[in-house]
Ligand binder design. Structure first.
Ligand SMILES: NC(=O)c1ccc[n+]([C@@H]2O[C@H](COP(=O)([O-])OP(=O)(O)OC[C@H]3O[C@@H](n4cnc5c(N)ncnc54)[C@H](O)[C@@H]3O)[C@@H](O)[C@H]2O)c1
Length: 420
């Protein structure tokens, strides 16, 4: 271990930057945020306050730090999807180790550009595929490695996005249009395809996918709906009413996500104002969204195992659910419990793998413990110069992205795609 804490530059102090920043502030012996870049004055000020930074340690643009004298070991890059490539390449060229939010980039060419820069500069590189680092993933992989269900034959994996989350991020929000962010499968489910490869432990041979935008189209707008939920007569009965969705979070005292996306300091007044005037108050049938609201992906792995993946907006909010079917047993897991049935003994065992939410800092339990697990692994890798802690290489991350692009190609072109 390095004696001094790993020095971190936060590139982007938005929702994700704040979560990783909180992990750092909770582990001062292991890491320290020494600089923050964000053009948003409130977010920059909040991060500076949390990390005790002087004005000189803040910037409105990451370029100021990438170009200036080296001031940290690591850049944690949490800008929006289309703003990943430029900072990732620049900080890699400047010799910083990098933790990059997923997706690496919205196109395959740009993903390769980032990975080339990583390879060329021999930096420690992590992609925030946080599900890999959730404690339940480790427990699941241990069971599989111990042969508890024999050889995996098929897998059924569901990502229940949640109707309110979908309306927030993918109809009204930052990921609503593929051309300004990324296709839904890359933006939301790149994780899942990476995770399936990780859990099955084999390369994918062929992929096919179907999906579309079923509901959130202007033609489904109910009679009498207004352009803004604050003006709408259907406000109390519409499942997707922004007033109801954000009031639920206010009422629960849950002031981080998604309310901080609407306004930097959420309270009843600032949220009401955001709903009256901002993008998050729009009727879900009067937005400029185009990403899919449901998609299935079918995968065939080397060796013949198969998997299906379903992403759907039309669920309540809950963790992913996975069924694994093996030659000697089956496993069901939902991020909090793992149920293993052994065909030989006819017995079923249930393991509790729930990560309790910290009352002091609920942000640290995000992605069923995956956010904290990722930070722990990445900071250890940097401190020890042992990339084994990250558990995945830049090439593996690239392969997972390649799979997503192939699945999207299959969906768009209506054909099965063989992975090269
Ligand atoms: N790993 C996961 O599970 C997960 C979950 C959600 C989002 N994400 C990804 O994380 C990334 C960030 O998402 P978010 O919700 O935090 O977004 P966000 O919009 O809240 O944060 C992005 C921040 O980057 C800042 N920024 C813009 N230009 C900048 C510049 N030139 N220099 C420095 N900062 C700049 C913005 O002002 C903003 O505060 C996205 O790529 C998203 O897809 C990953």
């Amino acid at each position: 271990m390095m004696e001094d804490p790993v020095r971190v530059i936060l590139v982007g102090a938005g929702i994700r930057g704040d979560i990783y920043g909180h992990w750092v502030s909770e582990h001062p012996d292991r890491a320290r945020v020494v600089a923050v870049a964000d053009p948003d004055p409130d977010r920059r000020a909040d991060a500076a306050h949390l990390h005790g930074l002087a004005e000189a340690d803040t910037a409105t643009d990451w370029r100021e730090f990438a170009a200036g004298p080296r001031r940290a070991d690591v850049a944690i890059i949490t800008t929006q999807d289309v703003e990943h490539v430029a900072p990732a390449v620049a900080f890699a060229e400047a010799g910083y180790d990098i933790l990059l939010e997923k997706p690496i980039a919205p196109t395959e060419r740009e993903c390769r550009q980032v990975v080339d820069a990583v390879r060329h500069n021999k930096i420690v590189f992590g992609v925030c595929h946080v599900l890999r680092y959730a404690p339940y993933t480790k427990a699941l992989r241990d069971l599989l490695a111990a042969g508890r269900i024999g050889e995996i034959v098929s897998v059924d994996h569901i990502e229940p996005v949640g109707f309110a989350h979908y309306a927030h991020s993918y109809v009204r929000g930052n990921w609503r249009r593929a051309e300004t962010s990324a296709p839904m499968l890359l933006a939301k489910s790149g994780h899942d395809l990476d995770w399936l490869r990780f859990v099955v432990g084999r390369q994918v041979r062929t992929v096919s996918s179907f999906g579309g935008l079923k509901l959130f189209r202007p033609e489904h707008r109910p009679a009498g709906a207004a352009d803004r939920c604050t003006d709408c007569a259907l406000q109390q009965t519409c499942a997707y009413s922004a007033v109801r969705i954000y009031q639920d979070h206010l009422a629960a005292g849950d002031l981080h996500w998604p309310l901080r996306v609407l306004t930097p300091r959420p309270d009843a007044e600032s949220v009401a104002e955001a709903l009256r005037t901002g993008p998050y108050g729009r009727c879900v049938w009067a937005c400029d969204n185009d990403v899919v609201d449901h998609q299935v992906v079918a995968l065939e792995f080397d060796g013949g195992a198969t998997a299906t993946f379903t992403m759907t907006a039309f669920t309540t909010s809950r963790p992913r659910q996975t069924h694994l079917f093996g030659t000697l047993g089956e496993i069901y897991c939902d991020g909090t419990r793992i149920r293993v049935t052994d065909f030989r003994t006819r017995r079923t065992e249930t393991l509790d793998v729930e990560v309790p939410v910290s009352p002091d800092d609920p942000l640290l339990s995000g992605h069923v413990g995956g956010d904290a697990g990722l930070m722990d692994a990445f900071i250890t890798a940097v401190a020890t110069r042992d990339t084994g802690w990250i558990g995945t290489t830049a090439d593996e991350a690239l392969a997972a992205h390649h799979l997503v692009f192939a699945a999207e190609q299959s969906r768009r072109e209506g054909r099965t795609v063989t992975i090269g």
